[in-house]
Design a protein around this ligand. Structure first.
Ligand SMILES: *[C@@H]1O[C@H](CO)[C@@H](O)[C@H](O)[C@H]1NC(C)=O
Ligand SMILES: *[C@@H]1O[C@H](CO)[C@@H](O)[C@H](O)[C@H]1NC(C)=O
Ligand SMILES: *[C@@H]1O[C@H](CO)[C@@H](O)[C@H](O)[C@H]1NC(C)=O
Ligand SMILES: *[C@@H]1O[C@H](CO)[C@@H](O)[C@H](O)[C@H]1NC(C)=O
Ligand SMILES: *[C@@H]1O[C@H](CO)[C@@H](O)[C@H](O)[C@H]1NC(C)=O
Ligand SMILES: *[C@@H]1O[C@H](CO)[C@@H](O)[C@H](O)[C@H]1NC(C)=O
Ligand SMILES: *[C@@H]1O[C@H](CO)[C@@H](O)[C@H](O)[C@H]1NC(C)=O
Ligand SMILES: *[C@@H]1O[C@H](CO)[C@@H](O)[C@H](O)[C@H]1NC(C)=O
Length: 303
């Protein structure tokens, strides 16, 4: 009897663990300058709702490579919107993130005409202006609050060079495919993780240009910082001293790069093999899952 009770408790623990396996996306930043707002029940609000539901429903499609852009309504109340999921996330994580974002953005940016919201897993934005045209696209910055303490100048250089190198790789993907690349490099006993991504519809030169623009802005946010993000509508770059993407999934999402022998700038930074190192939080989760399952098996064997 006791062990039955025990196993019931464990069963509920297990289902809890399964539920938390689809966690909310991890919110990082947003930009919704409250200089323009729309009024309740306006045409703009109706169009925005239409747009958000269109983004949400289209995120369930399988052949979109994590990207969708759409507009709703007519000038002057037209709303433009898009989402872009990180290149290595699965369709279900992407869908989950976009769904969450369409609701979250209305809470974090209430009544705002223009908004961009950014999570680890995806980005969602909308505007009354067509941000796909460069004139309305200005970068959004986000950075790790910590600084590197050893050779910050060399670190900046390593970041910029690694990001530039993978930009070429990401940009060369055929139009419509994921334009995405990640790379690790050694820095002072630590591992630098870098990522670049363009929307799949960009041409190779446009993608390369967009990424070069983003890299050139690193000084505006991220000088000597342990991590940083530069976000344009059409492309984004990110680096951290921890693995913020799933390297295994990244390898599967885009063709593996040809192995290159990298000789880094002046001192010791150099390429390391991109190796699937499991993300900490999820690793915690899966170990505890396995743990509970293991205990359950023991309990049932003893019944
Ligand atoms: C924007 O937000 C700031 C701070 O929350 C507030 O003081 C200001 O009144 C807001 N402006 C508008 C136009 O809502
Ligand atoms: C948004 O608009 C509604 C209706 O006009 C209003 O009640 C609410 O206070 C507004 N929220 C913000 C944050 O301005
Ligand atoms: C918006 O429309 C709803 C339902 O039609 C109504 O209850 C509400 O009072 C309206 N709000 C404003 C600010 O007009
Ligand atoms: C996708 O968006 C289009 C509008 O762009 C809409 O007509 C369609 O219903 C949406 N949903 C799906 C699943 O395609
Ligand atoms: C999506 O963006 C492209 C520009 O790359 C544009 O030509 C197209 O019209 C956009 N689609 C919608 C539905 O706005
Ligand atoms: C990383 O991706 C691989 C391949 O898609 C997957 O099997 C693995 O579970 C993922 N790891 C985490 C921590 O999500
Ligand atoms: C980047 O690529 C250049 C040329 O291919 C190479 O010389 C350099 O070592 C590479 N650096 C890094 C950090 O990947
Ligand atoms: C869980 O992961 C966090 C980092 O996300 C780490 O600091 C912590 O030690 C881990 N806990 C366990 C029990 O592995």
């Amino acid at each position: 009897m006791d062990s039955l009770k025990f196993s019931t408790i464990l069963l509920s623990l297990l289902s809890l663990a399964i539920i938390t396996q689809a966690p909310d996306p991890k919110y990082l930043t947003r930009l919704c300058p409250n200089t323009t707002t729309f009024t309740s029940n306006s045409t703009y609000q109706a169009n925005l709702n239409l747009l958000l539901s269109s983004l949400s429903s289209n995120s369930t499609r399988n052949n979109i490579n994590g990207f969708y852009n759409v507009s709703a309504g007519k000038d002057p109340d037209e709303v433009y919107g898009m989402f872009l999921c990180r290149g290595d996330v699965s369709n279900s994580v992407c869908r989950n993130c976009v769904n969450f974002a369409t609701k979250d953005v209305l809470e974090k940016c209430p009544n705002e005409t223009v908004a961009t919201i950014w999570y680890d897993e995806c980005e969602l934005r909308y505007s009354n202006r067509n941000f796909f045209s460069a004139e309305y696209d200005s970068p959004i910055f986000f950075s790790n609050r910590y600084y590197v303490t050893v050779e910050p100048e060399r670190f900046n250089q390593l970041v910029a060079i690694t990001l530039s190198n993978i930009s070429t790789r990401a940009a060369s993907a055929p139009s419509g495919d994921k334009k995405f690349a990640v790379q690790q490099a050694n820095y002072n006993m630590q591992i630098l993780h870098t990522l670049v991504q363009c929307t799949p519809d960009l041409s190779t030169p446009d993608c390369r240009r967009c990424l070069a623009g983003a890299i050139s802005k690193l000084g505006n946010c991220c000088d000597g910082k342990q991590g940083g993000i530069v976000i344009f509508a059409r492309c984004n770059i990110r680096y951290e001293l921890y693995e913020f993407y799933n390297a295994t999934a990244a390898d599967e999402a885009v063709p593996a790069p040809p192995p290159v022998a990298l000789s880094p700038p002046p001192a010791s930074g150099s390429e390391t093999r991109r190796k699937g190192k499991v993300d900490n939080a999820l690793f915690n989760l899966s170990t505890s899952c396995i743990h509970i399952q293991f205990i359950l098996t023991l309990v049932f064997r003893n019944l």
